[in-house]
Design a protein around this ligand. Structure first.
Ligand code: NAP
Length: 281
């Protein structure tokens, strides 16, 4: 019975953050399960992140999601880190414990892998070589997910090669770094292309890449979901590729967070997807 349950608050902390669709997801689930609570946007400037995070417990919040540019700073303020968050080196979710301590999680890797499995049931990370473009925070989560799922060969390509080298060092031989100039040729024989750069996002130019060498059976994924179809995904679709945008990652990473805060494992239903798609119209 909802009346007997305490009202719980959570939200997404970042800057800017108003574009985040996370409130739609969590408020949809709260309503669906009849749980008293709310999830909002927490726009916090980088110089006040520490104050804001330390205040979560005092304010009685269940926790929050953390988005850029706060993912690394927030991690340093945690009392406990999930081993996967520790490996990835960033958190995207804080759960306030009953004693007020802060536990940090990274659910992005899970969200990404699950979004591929939702799009292509039976998808396997070892189906063939994988090209990952980008070496920022999201790339770290994607690589951990792909390697954990058994990927055998990942071609990691970033505009700034040094960052890709540093990232690849954490994975041993399965992640090979190539130059940005090799990104078109690297697609030869690949079963998956993952764009983790911000190129193609609203306000950014399209990702500069030619897909000619990519086998048409390859899955093409873009972590971006604003817009829902980036120029990369449009080009891939027109070549006959199956494509996956970043919405599935966003939805799937929200599942374990909601369960940790509100105590119910929610479902990603067509109704929820429709509620989010409606915000793009
Ligand atoms: P980040 O840490 O700032 O990394 C940005 C990446 O983009 C870096 O690899 C950077 O390369 C590359 N880049 C920037 N400008 C470029 C250019 N002109 N040409 C080529 N590469 C360029 O950001 P992030 O947190 O990893 O996020 C990356 C993307 O993933 C964003 O679009 C974000 O919205 C999306 N994302 C989606 C979800 C989801 O749930 N769907 C979750 C997390 C992130 P350099 O190293 O050379 O600067």
């Amino acid at each position: 019975m909802a009346e007997n349950k305490p009202f719980k608050l959570a939200g997404v902390m970042g800057m800017p953050v108003v574009q985040s669709r996370s409130p739609i997801i969590h408020n949809h689930w709260l309503k669906k399960h009849g749980l008293p609570g709310a999830y909002g946007h927490f726009p916090v400037h980088i110089e006040r992140v520490e104050e804001a995070i330390r205040g979560l417990s005092a304010l009685g919040l269940a926790g929050c999601n953390i988005t850029q540019p706060h993912k690394l700073v927030a991690m340093k303020l945690m009392d406990w880190l999930h081993p996967m968050a520790e490996k990835i080196g960033a958190i995207n979710c804080i759960v306030v414990q009953p004693d007020g301590s802060l536990h940090g999680f990274n659910n992005d890797w899970y969200g990404y892998i699950q979004s591929l499995k939702d799009a292509r049931p039976g998808w396997r990370a070892d189906a063939g070589p994988i090209t990952v473009l980008g070496a920022g925070g999201a790339a770290r989560a994607v690589l951990f997910g792909l390697v954990g799922e058994g990927a055998q060969e990942i071609r990691l390509i970033n505009r700034t090669r040094d960052k890709a080298e540093a990232l690849a060092n954490d994975f041993g031989g399965r992640v090979k770094v190539l130059d940005w100039a090799q990104r078109n040729a690297a697609l030869e024989g690949c079963a998956l292309l993952a764009n983790t750069t911000n190129q193609g996002m609203y306000g950014q130019p399209p990702l500069d890449i030619a897909l000619d060498a990519l086998p048409r059976t390859a899955l093409v994924s873009d972590l971006i979901y604003i817009p829902l179809e980036t120029p990369l995904l449009e080009a891939a679709r027109l070549r006959g590729h199956q494509t996956v945008n970043g919405l599935g990652m966003l939805l799937n990473q929200a599942v374990p967070a909601f369960e940790a805060w509100f105590g119910v494992k929610p479902e990603i239903t067509p109704e929820l997807r429709q509620a989010i798609l409606a915000t793009f119209e």
